[in-house]
Design a protein around this ligand. Structure first.
Ligand code: FE
Ligand code: FE
Ligand code: MG
Length: 171
């Protein structure tokens, strides 16, 4: 049966939207895992504050993956079924943690958020006035990614300042 729900989409191919959403879906899973593993291996000063932030962000990325999977299905598509496909479809690079120091981990995570902001900013532009449901979803994800970048940068700067204070007090 024809899907009335897809008749609200104007000027965009449904298959194109599904392809773009599967790419973002891959990004979200990789971002989820990056935060998950970062929260486990992280070391150094103010580690507990960083773990709290990374764990919260991991939960947000998993929630984004859920939202996107649901929208793909609603459009009549199938979310990627094999994790291997995440690497070939993702927009953003997976930032494998190699240096476990808190500052290095936060820098990796900030890079990831900056890529996510670029991806969702494009998706907002592409879907605007064409697919209101996807547009609303990617707008709300974009707002989360903007908040993520700010949270991480604030924490990064606080830790930098704290390290400076310690250096001064020991001089
Ligand atoms: Fe996300
Ligand atoms: Fe994020
Ligand atoms: Mg946060």
């Amino acid at each position: 049966m024809a899907m009335r729900r897809n008749s609200i989409i104007k000027g965009l191919e449904i298959s194109e939207i599904i392809t773009m959403l599967n790419k973002a879906y891959s990004d979200e899973w990789l971002a989820y895992y990056q935060y998950f593993i970062e929260s486990k291996v992280i070391k150094g000063i103010m580690r507990d504050a960083a773990i709290a932030e990374l764990t919260q962000h991991a939960a947000d990325e998993l929630r984004h993956a859920t939202m996107i999977a649901d929208r793909i299905i609603q459009l009549g598509g199938t979310p990627l079924t094999h994790p291997q496909a995440w690497f070939t479809h993702a927009n953003c690079e997976y930032g494998e943690p190699k240096d476990f120091d808190v500052v290095a981990i936060l820098n990796d995570a900030i890079k990831g958020e900056q890529c996510a902001i670029s991806v969702y900013s494009k998706l907002v532009d592409i879907t605007k006035d064409k697919d209101i449901i996807t547009y609303n979803m990617v707008s709300s994800i974009l707002a989360d990614e903007v908040e993520h970048e700010e949270d991480l940068q604030t924490l990064h700067d606080d830790i930098g300042e704290f390290i400076e204070q310690i250096k001064k007090s020991m001089a």
